[in-house]
Design a binder for this molecule. Structure first.
Ligand code: IMP
Length: 448
């Protein structure tokens, strides 16, 4: 069977901890979208591993797959693998031959485009990892795929087609003086060919590439369990998120099928678990109706939550914006993903506050909305209709983690049950602290 783990909000919901916990049951952990814009920390046997691309299961002796829906930066990939090997691990990571490659010019263009947009309110606040420009080339049929790197003639032909276009874009549209910049090699066919042909050779020598759908189909036929590890979150999905302040892939559950080559019926027969943070955090730009920034008291509260929750970007280190939980956003996520269960993280971070609020609905021009409007401009016009919840006290969360759900303060359980009722899915786990062991697990989706 399959279990798909999906972010329900804006990314950074703490998916990694649940992937770690439930991934123990899986034989294969598959990423189906995104690239090294994700970031997670895996703690295993007292060792800490920082990963942005390698699926976390690879740290735990599982096969880790980067599916065809991913965009892969081989430089990041090999650096992460080398670091893991230096730490004494022997990760088994396979890459779909249909996955697209992030090349150095994608990163340069991501940076330039964000810089230009910063004069307007259109900048998405990207991670500058070249994610958007790589997906653009995929859709524009000028991308380079992992499989192309295995055949030097194909690689050269593709580079000779695309690199002059990128040079022209950088020089003639964006005015970059490539020859006199630090980016000369990023736009040079020969330099790119040498580097990426060598990466292709390493992929081949280490038998790292797969025909992803066929490989996963064989594993399923053998009775193996697959865990799909979504990156980012539904509200920054390119189709279902707050466009244009989105990432360029589909973090939502439907992409687990398209981004891996496993049929949608297979994914649909499995479990889809939405990961929810008990409040909102956001690293990028754009509106945020429940944001805590209107008054000095709210800003202080946001500062408190940010510090306590460690709300700083894993990839970029940027301080995250903070808001109350947004229920229309979660109802939208439940609709898009079809959750069979949810996990709610970080309820410990809200402990000890004087008041706890939730954006239960929106008021838009006098009309009450219970889900997100389809355009971000209309979303930005929404005023949250806030419900107050009984606050819960600061307690020994480590004790709660070992004692179980009933040890969670009653007010926090009311909050959790409200969320579960509103999204129409049972609670499978509750995060009560930053560590993997600080999770109250109520169900194992592989046993459902
Ligand atoms: P990109 O994915 O780097 O193109 O960035 C596009 C938008 O997605 C920006 O607002 C980023 O801050 C956001 N984003 C990308 N990856 C993550 C993530 O892992 N967590 C949260 N936000 C992300």
């Amino acid at each position: 069977m399959t279990v798909t783990i999906v972010g329900s909000q804006l990314g950074d919901e703490g998916k990694g901890a649940l992937v770690d916990i439930w991934g123990g049951e899986a034989d294969v952990v598959v990423r189906y979208q995104g690239g090294d814009n994700a970031g997670h920390t895996v703690v295993e046997d007292g060792n800490t591993y920082e990963l942005s691309l390698v699926p976390s299961g690879a740290v735990r002796d599982k096969v880790g797959i980067l599916g065809n829906g991913c965009v892969v930066n081989p430089t990041t990939l090999f650096a992460e693998l080398d670091t893991l090997r230096d730490q004494g691990l022997n990760p088994d990571v396979r890459i779909a031959r249909r996955a697209h490659v992030i090349l150095p010019y994608h990163r340069v263009l991501d940076g330039i485009e964000e810089e230009i947009k910063s004069d307007s309110d259109l900048a998405a606040g990207t991670t500058k990892r070249g994610i958007g420009p790589t997906y653009e080339d995929k859709a524009g049929r000028r991308g380079i795929r992992i499989g192309d790197m295995l055949d030097s003639d194909v690689l050269r032909e593709r580079l000779e087609y695309v690199v002059p276009q990128k040079r022209a874009l950088a020089e003639q549209i964006y005015g970059l003086d490539i020859a006199n910049s630090e980016h000369a090699d990023a736009f040079d066919v020969d330099a790119l060919f040498d580097t990426y042909a060598a990466y292709g050779e390493r992929f081949r020598e280490e038998s790292m590439t797969v025909n992803c759908g066929a490989y996963l189909g064989d594993r399923l036929a053998d009775g193996d369990e697959l865990l799909f590890e979504g990156a980012q979150g539904t509200s920054i999905d390119i189709d279902h998120g707050i466009y244009p302040y989105v990432t360029s892939s589909n973090p939502s559950a439907g992409a687990a099928a398209v981004g891996s080559g496993v049929g949608p019926t297979v994914v649909g027969r499995g479990e889809v678990v939405g990961i929810v943070k008990a409040y909102l955090s956001r690293v990028g730009t754009g509106p945020l109706p429940t944001e805590l920034d209107a008054t000095e008291t709210e800003t202080e509260l946001a500062d408190f939550i940010r510090e306590k929750g460690g709300e700083f970007g894993t990839v970029t280190g940027r301080p995250r914006r903070i808001g109350w939980l947004d229920m229309p956003m979660l109802r939208h996520a439940a609709q898009v993903n079809g959750f069979t269960g949810i996990a709610v993280n970080h309820i410990d971070v809200l402990a000890g506050l004087d008041e706890i609020k939730v954006g239960h609905a929106y008021d838009l021009d006098g009309e009450t909305l219970t889900t997100m409007p389809a355009t971000t401009e209309r979303w930005g016009d929404c005023e949250p209709v806030l419900n107050s919840f009984e606050p819960w006290p600061e307690i020994d969360w480590a004790a709660v983690a070992s004692e179980g759900y009933d040890a969670i303060p009653a007010a926090a359980r009311d909050y959790l049950e409200y969320v579960s009722d509103e999204v129409g899915a049972p609670i499978y786990a509750v995060g009560v602290g930053p560590g993997r062991e600080e999770t109250v697990v109520l169900a194992d989706p592989f046993d459902s």
